[in-house]
Design a protein around this ligand. Structure first.
Ligand code: MG
Length: 379
């Protein structure tokens, strides 16, 4: 068993990745809605200590993406400098081992991680690799100039695992550039065990790798849609709460909780996408503890349930149906509030409103109706 508490993960993502095209560094580009780097970090979720090395210009972005879940370290001039900064940040603590992973390898599997970690019980260092199976040529000017022997050649992957004190000493003794951490370890005389890598553990390098990555995920992707509809009647009062925003009004909405009809519709849409019933199943109206409750509790619960099951909220669209109060001037604040509660980007949440042309119960201003559609994606 790997001692996850004594094993730190270093994820190197400080490069600019210009070969992959696309305008922004490859580690920040999204594959099926989630950045390459976020996927790489998520692969190591079982380890409590994760250090992510970022380009100094990307530190704020890192805080926005990961919050306090990882330690962020600013990278150096080169990959070697970046890794060394991360290792120095771990020195002198209770970390005994470190797995150093390339932030551009988002599909590393638990099995590969476990093999590297287990090999460290018997070796100074261990890294995954695949034996070369294609024939190897030398070539120049578009012509084959020779055939190279492939026996004994390996394609190196990450994570590469080390005892922390040994690899830190190796880095301190090796200020120059290196292809990877194994090269630095070997320069210091460390014994490096090869464990089995996986073809799926690809390194995103070229523009075509994004399409390949999407295809790999597409096979496993689960996309779900849910809808929610809710109505609350007006009663005497001086304000209504819609999408968590309090609006002055000459009436209030009647309900067991704060009667936030729009937030209820969105919450039911998420439960619906998960086939988890509705708010009433999770927060029975017969239970007095939810009387007057802020509906934020319901929405946060539904969003948390989605997250727990591996779903990201891809987008939500909420429509409020009423003659008054006027929603338009507050729609952006409402979307922002829903984004905060669900932990989503504000650009993924839409709040809009319509009247019913004075027809029906909403037209007679007897109450407010709301509907919501949500898409959840697990990839
Ligand atoms: Mg309701």
């Amino acid at each position: 068993m790997t001692d996850t508490a004594a094993t730190a993960i270093v994820i190197v993502a400080a490069g600019r990745g210009s070969r992959a095209g696309g305008g922004e560094p490859k580690q920040w580009r999204r594959i099926a809605g989630r950045s390459v780097l976020a996927r790489a970090v998520a692969a190591f979720a079982q380890f409590p200590r994760i250090v992510v090395v970022l380009h100094p210009d990307d530190m704020l972005r890192g805080v926005a993406e990961f919050g306090g879940r990882v330690t962020l370290v600013a990278g150096g001039e080169s990959r070697t400098g970046s890794v060394r900064n991360a290792l120095e940040s771990l020195a002198g603590g209770d970390i005994a081992r470190v797995l150093i992973h390339d932030g551009a390898r988002p599909f590393v599997s638990p099995a590969v991680i476990a093999r590297v970690a287990a090999a460290l019980d018997h070796a100074d260092a261990a890294a995954p690799a695949l034996a070369v199976t294609d024939a190897l040529w030398t070539g120049a000017a578009g012509r084959v100039t020779g055939v190279a022997e492939r026996a004994g050649l390996w394609r190196a992957q990450t994570p590469q695992g080390f005892r922390l004190d040994a690899i830190l000493a190796a880095y301190r003794a090796h200020p120059g550039p290196a292809a990877d951490d194994v090269e630095i370890a070997r320069a210091a005389g460390l014994d490096v065990a090869i464990v089995e890598g996986e073809e799926e553990n690809i390194k995103i390098t070229w523009p075509g790798d994004f399409a390949r990555a999407e295809r790999m995920l597409g096979k496993a992707m689960d996309i779900r849609t849910g809808n929610g509809f809710d109505v609350h009647a007006f009663t005497a009062g001086d304000h209504v709460t819609l999408c968590g925003v309090r609006l002055p009004h000459e009436k209030a909405l009647l309900g067991h909780s704060d009667a936030d009809v729009a937030m209820h519709a969105l919450t039911d849409a998420i439960y619906g996408a998960l086939a988890e019933g509705d708010i009433g199943r999770h927060f029975p109206p017969s239970d007095p503890q939810w009387k007057g409750a802020a509906s934020e509790i319901f929405l946060a619960h539904a969003a948390g349930l989605a997250r727990q099951r591996g779903y990201a909220l891809s987008n939500a669209d909420v429509t409020i149906i009423c003659e008054r109060p006027k929603i338009g001037p507050h729609a952006i604040d409402m979307a922002r509030e829903l984004a905060r509660i669900t932990g989503s980007g504000a650009d993924r949440i839409s709040v809009k409103a319509t009247t019913s042309e004075r027809l029906g119960f909403t037209g007679r201003e007897e109450g407010i109706a709301a509907l919501a559609t949500v898409t959840l994606v697990r990839a």
